[in-house]
Design a protein around this ligand. Structure first.
Ligand SMILES: *Cc1c(COP(=O)(O)O)cnc(C)c1O
Length: 970
């Protein structure tokens, strides 16, 4: 008999393999601890999350197999290590391909303090301007920079990319102009992706794209309503376009110029040449190429077109004390998203990249930008001289930074030789190679390029060549106009000064790093640091979208994983990552439906049914896809009214293309009739589009692709943790069932990004859209696993029901579903209180700022209401802070209602209160303490920097670039 020296002791804890994973990420992502959750569930009146699922979610849609094929959750360290492994599969070459994507240096102070700073990236779109002055000022800098460079007065606060901006400009001049023509002429020397997106956007609208060689300066015969010129051209050529623009004007057409922003530092502005609108991208202003996205596109127009401008426009107004203040101009929400009268569907844009690019101009100022532009130009000039000296032949003599070199029959050989030396060049065709210089080009790169072209660099003295080589810009096109004269572009040149400027701006704003942001429909959840870290790794950021796909093997494997995981989560068969916002996903999904009907010989199907409660982008996307919008009524309970749906389906039996519903509905309710709705539409030959913006209420419980839908877009910047960035970037992937997979968007420069033999063209400039931010969503799914995602969904539903239960006695909850439960958000109805007391949703929203909180969504989808979406990431203390503030505000409303406080002078009407407003006389019937410390002194005070802003006044006197400093005096 042997006796063990150490008899085994009972183990108490977790197995080693679990310990090795560290703290499960779900515990970081999900706010409430288990005891807090228990307290929340008790208030909601359910026993457990499972009990909540059984009682709140209709059994007809439950799909418990959902997400079972996802990998098991990994801890943060493991997920980051895996991402490192993927990053190492990418190969970062020196990118000299050009085509709208260039090397640039993100100044480290901007990278760390904007791009990597939660104070900037976790902010929401500045719909509450009083607590968004920092990012509004940053966007105004961006607008001023674009407007100065382009030579036109009104720039918006960013577009999704250059190609979609060109498409928006095309439709803008079509509706603004008087021409009856449907022909839009496009310079053949235009970026190929821009041309392709223009074609995709033109076709459903009946616009004919006429591609024409304009190098001779003559327009093609025939009528036209507009013209798009490229300045410089895709080939690098810089030509004078003044006469062709004048000719277009004589023929009743307007002109859009697609311009390279950096070239405009040295070249005459398109505005001075007569352009009506200028479009492009600010990518090379400090934002890396990112495999094509995200970047800030821009759109700027001449005077007289500003009220036609799509997208968000920052303007200057004053607050109630007369101090200058910024806010979004010309829109209660988005002026252009007016349902069936919509002119554009752009909603989420590219705020964070626009802030980076604007700050790049602030930091460098005009002198610094000139140095950078001259570097790119001189590198190209010297490169050209060396090539000529070596007997190579250039296609153009006038260029900014891009050369086109003739190498008959040898293009592939030259490109391969350059790759051997670590440089990517552009294959124009078998006989021509393009080379682009940039801020990052060095003389060592010139050596490599010369060598690739068979020119011996050792025989060249760069210094001598430089001294002997004149500029290659046409004399008449040199810029003489002033540039960036506003003081903001001169004051923050030292790093200390810029650092403090950035901090002073972000300190004015309320982002997720200071408070919960309970915006219904927007899903402001945690954007975890581990998810965010990889996006600035050079292996992801420095990839060119039109380099050989093998260079991006690691990032594309992430794209592939995510496509599969999202298909699994949603129950669809195929997913495209190309759309770079939810709105673009909608458009892509509707184009797929349209192409499907056309393919079946049912071109007459063009009616899109949309419930009255839908998000504005739905109808706008349908209009852009060439559909007629027919509105379906909702019943008193807020659900799609089945009787009116039946009647409409019968009426449109022959021309029904689709229905577009949101699930759970924008009313925050799981409608139990959704299967019936889908069946009704299918029976009549229509397709079902489910807007997936509310997927945070479904993951792990139900899948749209399995309860009857044919297509959905998702918002990765809502459900899958990509931060809102103050209003973008976003990713709006579109998922479809098998029969629509052939009709997902393709891309002419990267066929592998779309279906084989793609029928539908690209909807974004970049083949994989905003590819560089996909590691964020990948990391989220990887770290949550199927069980974690499901737990997040149920916790989000529990939190919404908790808030609804706590507040119902103070503000009626407008709609509830089965068992009296809401889904992941709830609508608080203030209309009765407003009627009785005069206190509006605006007053409540602004008063919340005095409490240090961000307002919920205002007046969407129902005017006069607030929609609250707490998400799973807020802990009980924060949920209670919000509920307590709302309850305290209700007591304040009652004091107005009782007449104790006058309707015109009370803390609600006067909200928000600044520190300044305390210092003067105090004529109000409530004290200063009540004004600024309504919740007591417990939590640190967030001071709103301005009082209530006068929107109407700002719209009457539109100022959309940095105002002169006198505006701030007195
Ligand atoms: C956010 C949202 C959209 C639009 O998404 P963007 O990314 O802003 O274009 C569409 N539908 C619903 C219901 C939304 O909440």
């Amino acid at each position: 008999m042997t006796i063990s020296a150490h008899p085994p002791r009972a183990r108490a804890g977790a197995p080693l393999t679990a310990l090795e994973q560290g703290t499960p990420f779900t515990e970081r992502h999900i706010g409430p601890r288990s005891d807090e959750l228990a307290r929340m569930l008790a208030v909601v009146g359910v026993d457990s999350l499972e009990d909540l699922a059984d009682r709140a979610v209709p059994s007809a849609i439950r799909d418990e197999a959902a997400s079972s094929a996802l990998p098991a959750a990994a801890g943060e360290t493991v997920a980051l290590r895996e991402l490192r492994d993927r990053a190492s599969l990418n190969r970062v070459y020196t990118q000299m391909i050009g085509l709208g994507y260039h090397g640039t240096v993100t100044p480290p102070v901007i990278r760390r303090n904007v791009l990597e700073s939660p104070a900037w990236y976790t902010a929401y779109t500045p719909y509450q301007p009083e607590i968004s002055q920092g990012r509004l000022e940053a966007l105004l800098n961006f607008q001023t920079m674009v407007s100065d460079l382009a030579g036109l007065p009104v720039a918006n606060a960013s577009m999704l990319d250059e190609a979609t901006s060109a498409a928006e400009a095309m439709t803008l001049i079509r509706r603004a102009g008087r021409s009856r023509s449907s022909r839009f002429v496009v310079d053949a020397d235009t970026l190929p992706q821009t041309l392709a997106v223009l074609r995709t956007r033109a076709e459903p609208l009946g616009i004919e794209i006429v591609e024409a060689d304009l190098s001779s300066g003559a327009l093609p015969d025939g009528d036209l309503f507009g013209l798009l010129l490229s300045y410089p051209g895709a080939s690098g050529h810089v030509g004078d376009q003044e006469s062709v623009i004048a000719e277009a004007h004589r023929r009743g057409a307007m002109t859009v110029v697609a311009a390279d922003l950096l070239s405009l530092v040295l070249l005459r502005s398109p505005g001075s040449l007569g352009a009506d609108a200028v479009v492009g991208t600010a990518q090379r202003f400090g934002f890396p190429p990112c495999l094509g996205g995200p970047h800030a596109g821009y759109l700027v127009v001449r005077k007289g077109l500003e009220r036609q401008l799509p997208g968000r426009l920052v303007g200057v107004s004053v607050d109630s004390d007369g101090a200058p203040a910024y806010r979004l101009a010309l829109q209660t929400r988005e002026q252009h998203i007016r349902r069936e009268k919509a002119t554009s569907n752009i909603c989420t844009a590219q705020v964070l990249p626009a802030v980076v690019s604007g700050m790049y101009a602030v930091y460098h100022g005009p002198e610094g930008l000139r140095r950078i532009a001259e570097r790119a130009h001189r590198m190209a000039a010297v490169l050209a001289a060396g090539l000529r000296g070596g007997g190579r032949d250039l296609v153009h003599d006038a260029f900014f930074d891009t050369l086109c070199v003739r190498v008959p029959g040898r293009a592939d050989q030259v490109i391969a030789a350059a790759r051997d030396l670590g440089v990517n060049l552009r294959r124009v065709d078998a006989d021509q190679v393009g080379v682009s210089c940039s801020e990052t080009t060095t003389t060592a790169h010139l050596d490599a390029v010369w060598r690739a072209f068979g020119v011996d660099p050792d025989a060249i003295s760069v210094a001598e060549l430089d001294a002997a080589t004149p500029d290659a810009l046409p004399e008449g096109l040199r810029r003489t106009e002033d540039l960036l004269t506003h003081p903001v572009f001169h004051r923050h040149r030292s790093e200390t000064a810029l650092l403090r400027y950035l901090r002073s701006l972000s300190d004015k704003d309320v982002a997720l790093d200071r408070s919960m942001i309970p915006l219904g429909s927007c899903t402001m959840k945690l954007n975890a640091t581990a998810e965010m870290e990889p996006i600035t790794w050079p292996e992801f950021a420095e990839l060119h979208p039109f380099a050989p796909a093998e260079d991006a093997a690691g990032l594309l494997s992430i794209v592939g994983d995510l496509e599969r995981w999202l298909a699994e989560i949603t129950g669809y068969d195929a997913v495209s990552m190309q759309p770079n916002a939810g709105s673009q996903g909608e458009f892509a999904g509707l184009l797929a439906i349209r192409a499907y009907h056309l393919d079946r010989g049912e071109a007459r199907r063009d009616v899109c049914l949309i419930p009255a409660s839908a998000h504005g982008t739905n109808a706008a996307s349908a209009v852009m896809a060439g559909m007629r919008v027919v509105v379906v009524a909702c019943d008193d309970a807020g659900n799609v009214d089945l009787d009116s749906l039946r009647a409409l389906v019968a009426e449109h039996r022959d021309d029904l293309a689709a229905i577009m519903i949101t699930y759970p509905s924008t009313h925050g309710v799981y409608e139990d009739t959704v299967r019936e709705v889908c069946a009704l539409v299918h029976d009549a030959g229509g397709q079902v589009y489910v807007d997936g913006a509310n997927l945070n209420a479904l993951i792990g419980l139900a899948r749209p692709g399995r309860f009857g839908a044919d297509v959905s877009h998702l918002n990765l910047h809502k459900t899958f943790c990509i931060p809102h960035g103050g209003g973008g970037p976003g990713v709006g992937p579109v998922g479809v069932r098998e029969h629509l997979a052939r009709f997902l968007p393709g891309h002419p420069l990267a066929p592998s990004a779309g279906p084989a033999a793609a029928v539908v063209g690209p909807v974004s400039a970049a083949p994989w859209g905003s590819a560089a931010i996909l590691p964020i969503s990948w990391a989220y799914v990887r770290m949550m696993g199927a069980a974690g995602l499901r737990q997040a969904t149920l916790t989000a539903v529990a939190a919404a029901n908790y808030v609804a239960r706590r507040l119902a006695e103070y503000y009626p909850v407008l709609y509830t579903g089965q068992g009296g439960f809401v889904a992941h958000e709830c609508i608080l109805d203030l209309r009765g209180l407003t009627k009785a007391t005069g206190v509006t949703v605006d007053d409540v929203a602004k008063r919340l700022a005095d409490y240090g909180l961000h307002a919920p969504t205002m007046s969407f989808p129902v005017p006069g209401t607030l929609m609250v979406e707490p998400t799973e990431s807020e802990n009980l203390a924060e949920l209670d802070r919000f509920c307590d503030a709302m309850i305290a505000i209700r007591a304040e409303i009652d004091r107005v209602g009782s007449g104790e406080w006058p309707a015109e002078d009370n803390p609600l009407r006067n909200a928000p209160h600044t520190a300044e407003c305390l210092t003067g006389e105090w004529p109000h019937p409530y004290d200063r303490e009540t004004a600024v410390y309504p919740a007591g002194h417990a939590s640190p005070k967030i001071w709103p920097p301005v009082r209530r802003i006068d929107g109407a006044r700002g719209d009457r006197n539109l100022v959309c670039s940095c105002p002169p400093l006198e505006a701030y005096q007195g």
